[in-house]
Ligand binder design. Structure first.
Ligand code: NAI
Ligand code: MG
Length: 354
């Protein structure tokens, strides 16, 4: 197992250190594991004058999987794209053609009270948002800001998806559903947008190859309502880049804390990039208070998807559940009757539970 460890900036470094600790403990001596650390983000700028140094890109290309922390510094947006620490992740995903972004939203029973929704709505929640990552409005040409025929300035972006792009994400969705509860909900806006008409047509056609998987289509507005009302009615939800951006954050909030949520970005093969959903959190960085569980659960996703090691992934989940049952909480999930601990203590506790 050759793993590139790109911890990045801010709390990315703190939580990735804990994930590595847990990974070493969980995998132990059962399989040879090589961890290659490389700088990215502001750390890349500081060490190599580039937010995505060539050596880091090479390490990512050479690895079987990438364990990623987070990148970004305050004021990031004002820095030109190529030198912007926060943009290094987009460049990396693009280079590795990681087009499928998996964001599970699930709730540990111990944390039901952390959700803003009623217990009966979220208890037992376990859904998977699958977001296409490389197309849609974010990449479509033409784009720009220019004067129109009437001489007024006009901003424009283009929603584009090609048939092969839709096909490949649809296959990923149906395969993922087979390993879960065999339900796919495709989210679009086919009533208004031609791009989304094609989306629905192609997803429907691919779905015929998976007769054992139930397929349903929802318009994005209806999907958001149902996600708030009956989130447990979903299994896998697949959608384009823009709708996925919005819906995955909405789904994340069903579960209470961003500090609990892992993610995976996958391509055509087994290789993937695994990272917590959250960013570098400069407001709490360097204080040993960040929740490392999203990063630790990302390492579990890595074992499952890139290394086919469901057993070890499940052991990590079990260890996290056990630590929560014992009442240990970082500040973001702390509440009455629980014990507040720091980042490192939480990581140590998971290792202990393993
Ligand atoms: P953020 O996710 O870093 O933080 C949002 C809020 O959640 C903050 O109040 C933070 O303290 C809290 N938080 C986040 N992770 C936490 C954890 N593990 N434990 C406890 N609390 C946690 O998002 P924000 O503030 O919008 O962005 C900060 C920087 O991170 C920016 O430079 C942004 O560009 C970057 N970013 C990077 C991402 C990535 O590397 N994939 C994703 C999102 C943002
Ligand atoms: Mg992240």
């Amino acid at each position: 197992m050759k793993i590139a460890v790109l911890a990045g900036d801010g709390i990315g470094r703190e939580v990735t250190a804990e994930a590595v600790k847990v990974l070493r403990a969980a995998v132990g001596r059962t399989r040879p594991m090589e961890l290659v650390e490389a700088p990215i983000g502001q750390a890349g700028v500081d060490l190599a004058g580039d937010p995505l140094p060539p050596a880091t890109l090479q390490a990512a290309r050479d690895a079987d999987a990438i364990l990623f922390g987070s990148v970004g510094i305050p004021g990031d947006e004002a820095i030109p794209y190529g030198m912007r620490p926060g943009a290094s992740l987009l460049r990396l995903r693009k280079d590795l053609d990681l087009f499928a972004n998996f964001r599970p939203a699930f709730l540990f029973p111990e944390l039901v009270a952390a959700s803003t929704l009623k217990r009966e709505v979220v208890e037992g929640l376990d859904l998977m948002i699958l977001r296409e990552l490389t197309g849609d409005l974010y990449f479509g040409e033409p784009r720009g800001i220019a004067p129109n025929a009437a001489g007024a300035m006009e901003g424009f972006n283009t929603m584009r998806y090609s048939e092969p792009e839709i096909e490949r994400i649809a296959h990923v969705a149906f395969r993922a559903a087979r390993g879960r509860r065999s339900k796919v909900c495709s989210v679009d806006k086919a009533n208004v947008l031609e791009t989304m008409q094609l989306w629905r047509t192609v997803v429907t056609r691919v779905g015929r190859e998976y007769p054992d998987v139930e397929l349903r289509h929802l318009f994005v507005d209806a999907a958001v309502m149902l996600l708030m009302k009956e989130p447990k009615s979903f299994d896998v939800m697949v959608m384009g880049n823009v709708f996925g951006d919005i819906l995955s954050d909405a789904a994340a909030m069903l579960t209470g804390s961003i500090g609990m949520l892992p993610s995976a970005s996958l391509g055509a093969g087994r290789k993937g990039l695994y990272e917590p959903v959250h960013g570098s959190a400069p407001d709490i960085a360097g204080r040993d208070i960040a929740n490392p569980l999203a990063a630790i659960l990302s390492a579990a996703m890595m074992l499952r998807h890139s290394f086919d090691d469901e057993a070890t992934a499940a052991r990590i989940h079990g260890a996290v559940g056990r630590v929560l049952r014992e009442g240990l909480r970082t500040a973001d999930i702390h509440g009455p009757g629980t014990t507040q601990v720091g980042t490192r203590t939480m990581g140590d506790a998971v290792v202990e539970a393993l």
